[in-house]
Design a binder for this molecule. Structure first.
Ligand code: ADP
Ligand code: MG
Length: 400
């Protein structure tokens, strides 16, 4: 059952008023609400982390100088927390636990920190639950296909498998087949051991390596499909611990952790817009509160070569950018780290397998996924209420 479909489609300006919160960082003043809400004003703060904009929107009594200062400090704490998590997980921070794991030799034991230990634990759980579709051991393939941070900005070929780019920074060709299959064989995440010993944390790289043209390669991890979700969870936890009940934390377009809105008329839910996978503006609105949601899409980071779209999500079974009938997926009702991993896995699995997985392993999760067949886009969702903003999209109601 959808909202009435005659709703006009709305474009998203960079900063926008409620109800569209997903890609912006602006917050309205509260409407007419009961005490103490009427004293609260909304304010939003932005910073960058994980190479994406982070928005923290909070309601507080800003007329109280001490409270205003406490709120500013809380946002600083959230920022420090994000940087700490990024510095632990990022493949491009040389000293991060994950970068050190990636540089280690095959079979080597590496000391890691508590954050990476925790996130690798969640990654293991999601790897198992998704039958290996979510698999952070695709790091070599992510790099081969040009989706690690070194390809953002001024990229120069430095690795033996690197491709040349044209004047606009675009690849002329696909990676070499030898590397595609060799790197696909380095992604057995089940072989990665992690453990705690006397208060320290360790990870052991699998022994397997491949040698091409005299150069040896071993597994690399990439927690890009889970790290932002984990940061959203931890950030929201901190906000709640500091006593903030109203606002949200938006991590790029990947994850959002919602507190409450101050609007009584929407039962304190945020009316939340989701970006159209093929067009400007949003395609869907959902009414959400108190939980987190994560979204993946093939439009986030991709290039087109010979009319084929290659996106940053790698199918671990092929070592190539995924190719399924799904182009975006959102999940709601899990911790954001798990939702982040699950939304990535859903795209790889495709609609049919994803629905079977959701049914079997995640029966209480709400989802919205969009399939593409030629020009036709089809929405599958089990949200009881939603507002579809794309008049041309077909609806496949699964669970009505
Ligand atoms: P976003 O980073 O836009 O939130 P996702 O959450 O879908 O997108 O994560 C995609 C990122 O996860 C990729 O950029 C890459 O770093 C990593 N990745 C790619 N393929 C996989 C996969 N099969 N399993 C786990 N992580 C992946
Ligand atoms: Mg994500």
């Amino acid at each position: 059952m959808g909202y009435n479909k005659s709703m006009k489609r709305k474009a998203i300006p960079l900063f926008f008023a409620l109800p569209f919160v997903l890609t912006g960082c602006h917050i309205d003043s509260p409407g007419k609400t009961e005490i103490p809400l009427e004293r609260l004003k909304g304010k939003s703060y932005s910073f960058y982390s994980f190479t994406v904009p982070i928005c923290v929107a909070l309601y507080a009594d800003f007329s109280d100088i001490a409270e205003a200062e406490r709120t500013r400090k809380t946002v600083e704490e959230v920022k420090s927390l994000f940087l700490e998590i990024e510095n632990s997980l990022s493949v491009s921070v040389e000293t991060s636990a994950i970068a050190r794991f990636n540089r280690a030799a095959a079979g080597e034991k590496v000391t890691i920190d508590e954050i990476s230990y925790t996130v690798l634990g969640i990654a293991k759980k999601m790897y198992d639950l998704t039958g290996g579709a979510y698999n952070p051991a695709v790091g070599m393939s992510v790099d081969l296909w040009g989706f690690t941070p070194r390809f953002q900005g001024d990229y120069e070929p430095t690795e033996p498998y690197d491709r040349e780019v044209n004047g606009e920074g675009k690849f002329y060709s696909l990676p070499d087949e030898n590397y595609i299959s060799a790197f696909a064989s380095l992604s057995d995440f089940g072989e990665v051991e992690i453990w705690e010993e006397n208060g320290a944390y360790y990870a052991k790289k699998p022994k397997q390596s491949v040698t091409i043209d005299g150069v040896s390669y071993s597994m690399r991890l990439d927690l890009g499909g889970i790290g932002k979700g984990y940061a959203a969870d931890e950030g929201a936890k901190l906000l709640r611990e500091r006593g903030y009940d109203y606002g949200y934390l938006n991590v790029g377009s990947s994850s959002v952790a919602l507190l409450k809105s101050v609007k009584q008329e929407t039962d304190y839910a945020w009316n939340f817009g989701f970006r159209h996978p093929r067009d400007k503006g949003n395609y869907l609105e959902l009414s959400l509160k108190d939980e987190t949601s994560s979204t993946s899409g093939d439009y986030e980071n991709f290039y087109v070569l010979n009319e084929v779209r290659y996106s940053h999500i790698i199918d671990p079974s092929t070592g190539r950018p995924y190719s399924s009938d799904l182009i975006t997926a959102t999940v709601y009702g899990l911790p954001a780290a798990e939702a982040d991993a699950l939304s990535t896995a859903i795209l790889i699995l495709g609609r049919e397998k994803a629905l079977a997985l959701l049914d079997e392993k995640f029966p209480s999760v709400s989802y919205a996924m969009v399939g593409e067949e030629g020009d036709l886009l089809t929405l599958s969702t089990n949200f009881e209420t939603y507002r579809l903003l794309d008049q041309n999209m077909e609806i496949e109601d699964e669970n009505v």
